[in-house]
Design a protein around this ligand. Sequence first.
Ligand code: CTP
Ligand code: MG
Length: 554
Amino acid sequence: KVKLKFDAFRHVRTFSTADKPTVVEETTKTYPSTNDQKQCFDEMVECRKKEARSSVVVQVGNPSKSAALVNQVCSRHGNVANLFHYTHKDKELLLLEFDSELSAVNLLASCSHNNNVKVIPAASPFLWLKAMPSESSASVSARFPPVIREENLANDNLEDLLSNAKSISEQMIILEDQTRLSEIGHRLRWITCVQIERMLSGLFPSLQVLPFGSFVNGCGRNGCDLDMAVSLDGNCGSEPLEVKSPLIFQAKAAINNPRLQTQRHIEVFADILQNFTTGCTQVQRILQARVPIVKFYHEFTGVDCDLSMGSLTGVFMSELLYLYDKIDWRFRPLVTAVRHWGAWARLTDMVPGPRITNFTLTLMVVFFMQRRSPAILPTLGEMIKLARPQVDTRQTNDVDCTFLRDPSMFQERGKLNEESLEDLFIEFLRFIESFDFNERSVSIITGTALRKFDSKPLYVQNPLERELNVSRNVNLKELTRVVMEARNALYILETQEDQGPANWGLLALPRAERVRRLNPKTSHYNYVTQIDMKDLFSNDTDDEIDDLVEVKLS
Ligand code: CTP
Ligand code: MG
């Protein structure tokens, strides 16, 4: 029975990918950097950064008229490999990728600054097309690649697609497929990393900006934030800095307090971003956090960004989740369904507080998949034991982040488990409902429920910084809600006969009543809840709340 279910589901997988109804132009195109199940994390990062260093973003008036002109101007410096179109607020933008980095460098060297004393003449890959009489579109003849358009950020027809699916497994695939961070979303985040790297490397020539978080680990959804870590000396944890020359830079002594030194750096970065970096707005310095960060909003990409410095454990944590995604294809749709369940039941929140986070839920999914029989994912302990000397050795700030970085070792083993996505989602909810959170902790190092190491209601061990509990923010009320909502969801999914045809499976799960509003800041649609708004503005009438929603979002 299980086998049949699994085969039927494979068919569904093919069906849903081939018949994806929206953003067809984008998704039918294959990008080498995202499709290879064997590609290791470092290769993916290098490939994406190279792509970003070969790219520029040009703001234009009318994209259908200007695409040919932009292409003609750019083609003088090399071959244009890809051309994307996106809109942000009222801006029309083209993201153009050359087939070599040098072409982009030459193009940027040929650009002019805005002849206006009121603007800062800083260079960046974000450009503006000023139509010149000699280059009117009438004289354009250069061939250019088809423009790839991004149109589906609002997911208007997601509910229809989910209600027409044939099984909960198929719904989970559709949900993953429809909400996944788009190709343009990826590229805009990578080009932002490269822009910041170029800005800061004037002071620190070896500096590297390394992205981490859901954006790079495969769990990123449309609209997700961009987490970045700075390595000042370009050392990414794999080898001690080699002395390449007998000539060494004269150096200035660092403050004898690493935390204070990091805070100083973050302050300087914040100043550079705020005062000189194109597109970076709403810069906030959060210096007192355990990891000091600077937060900002990028107005040409619509992305919320966090920049930190000091430790690369977040990067290696993302690499670990990236590997789990490569090991078994069910990981990503299951994480997506669990994250959506968390958002729909308002278990997670956009702002920090006592609620469980997406990252904690993701580690719980890993733990759950490690404990299936047969196991779908390996424990971190197994991956550490199998680590290859040198190839897999990583160290950051005295934290050892060495583990096997070859997913192929475990890909076959995971296939011994043939459970469907539906079974896994239901069993995950059962796991949450029945786990002894009072006494036991969640550790993906051993995959076993060890005794808790502190008295917090929920203990989910940080697998790399082992003395830390990633869920220390969760209070008892929120943990109780998580367990109750899991019980509720289980009941609903297991008594499906009673539900109508348009309200079954994932669609039957309780979802805080959602209202679609245009977020004027990002020009993406956000789902907000009436209940949230009433909580916030308890003395206001419904009409006033509608107006205030816009205020809150801006
Ligand atoms: N992280 C961590 N310990 C925490 C919180 C975060 O190590 N207590 C690291 C993880 O690698 C995580 C990353 O920081 O993936 C970014 O955190 P965050 O943005 O909160 O989570 P994401 O996984 O990026 O999820 P989201 O899509 O909600 O941004
Ligand atoms: Mg994030």
